[in-house]
Design a protein around this ligand. Structure first.
Ligand code: SF4
Length: 352
């Protein structure tokens, strides 16, 4: 066996293995077997060198431009490696709030970069690929919130951080999957308009005696929503000694049959502390890279190989380099919207 474990690069594209076409690497690890021709190995070494060059160029640009790279837990391994901070939405929002960097490169989706801008309107926030748009955040617009407020005038509005800045500006408080029940329970009203994820809403309802009005009724994360009870049962059968840990964006029947439900940061804490040595992970598969890195003696299996968020995977090292060089694409939010959204986000952060 001849391994080239660090060879992870998007531009490798396709290569030949035994005369057949290989797979597009798309940033994932590659294993070169002894049946692969030497010229291909040489090529892979060349690619590794180019990858090292790329990382060094990004590091130099980062220092020269006083930039901070933030990466969500679902990012590709090589993006997580180059980042200054890797975390969930709340951790990245706090990192964005505390930085004195001139530029923030946000390797996450649109609403996260907006949140970073809202907390740092004087800094330049870059989103390396503007196609990184969260479908869940798109499911709730400002007019839906106004309508819900008109229908329930005594209710307070708690919105999941996975919303646009325009939606956040109409909220009383923001929450993440790490703190949603605590935030809802801390609100003064007994009636809470909550959105946009109906599965997270289910999770909160089970941990609160408040009346939860979910807006919209159909809001979901496509990546988590497609994880089924059948996936969970099959994973338990394949890994009978593993604990099953799932995200609250999963459907209720998956939540109900898991051993533990947690945000990505909660999963990282839980798996580190648990005495179990194997885990089935019910969230976007990018988290498994960090779980393995933090717990090298433990085993982690995705509950479904299909749990991939295509939008989260859009950022790559070449795109990060290009964003730093050109200082764009820039994310901005109109100041009046940002001021109202900031109030709701800071209320969440001060709740810690
Ligand atoms: S994993 Fe789901 S909620 Fe997160 S960015 Fe992707 S689609 Fe949006």
């Amino acid at each position: 066996m001849f391994d080239v474990p660090a060879a992870k690069c998007e531009w490798v594209g396709r290569w030949r293995r035994n005369g057949k076409r290989g797979v597009n690497l798309l940033g994932w690890g590659i294993e070169i077997r002894k049946d692969v021709h030497w010229t291909q190995v040489t090529r892979m070494e060349d690619f590794q060198l180019r990858l090292m060059d790329l990382k060094e160029r990004i590091e130099r640009l980062k220092r020269r431009k006083r930039a901070l790279i933030l990466a969500h837990n679902y990012q590709r391994p090589e993006v997580q490696e180059i980042a200054d901070v890797v975390g969930d939405s709340l951790e990245l929002a706090i990192a964005a709030q505390n930085t004195d960097a001139d530029i923030i490169v946000f390797c996450g989706v649109d609403f996260m970069a907006e949140t970073a801008y809202v907390l740092n309107p004087d800094r330049k926030v870059l989103l390396p690929d503007v196609g990184a748009i969260c479908p869940m955040a798109q499911m709730l617009n400002a007019e839906m919130i106004r309508e819900a407020r008109r229908a329930h005038p005594d209710a307070e509005v708690v919105l999941y951080v996975n919303t646009s800045a325009h939606a956040k500006a109409l909220a009383d408080c923001i929450c993440t999957s790490a703190n949603a029940p605590e935030i809802v329970n801390a609100m003064s009203s007994q009636n809470i308009i909550f959105g946009p994820d109906k599965n997270l809403s289910y999770f909160v309802r089970k941990r609160s005696d408040k009346r939860i009005i979910t807006v919209p009724e159909y809001g979901i994360c496509p990546t988590h929503h497609q994880i089924s009870l059948e996936d969970l049962i099959a994973a338990r059968a394949s890994h009978p000694y593993a604990e099953v840990v799932v995200h609250p964006e999963c459907v209720p029947e998956v939540q109900e049959n898991a051993d533990f439900i947690a945000s990505t940061s909660g999963m990282l804490r839980y798996c580190s502390k648990s005495s179990a040595s194997e885990f089935v992970i019910g969230t976007e598969i990018g988290l498994i890279y960090r779980l393995k890195k933090q717990n090298p003696s433990k085993k982690f299996y995705p509950i479904s190989e299909n749990a991939v968020c295509p939008q989260m995977k859009m950022h790559s090292l070449p795109k990060i380099e290009a964003a730093l060089e050109r200082e764009k694409p820039v994310v901005r939010v109109p100041e009046d919207v940002a001021a109202d959204a900031r109030r709701a986000i800071e209320r969440m952060i001060s709740h810690r």
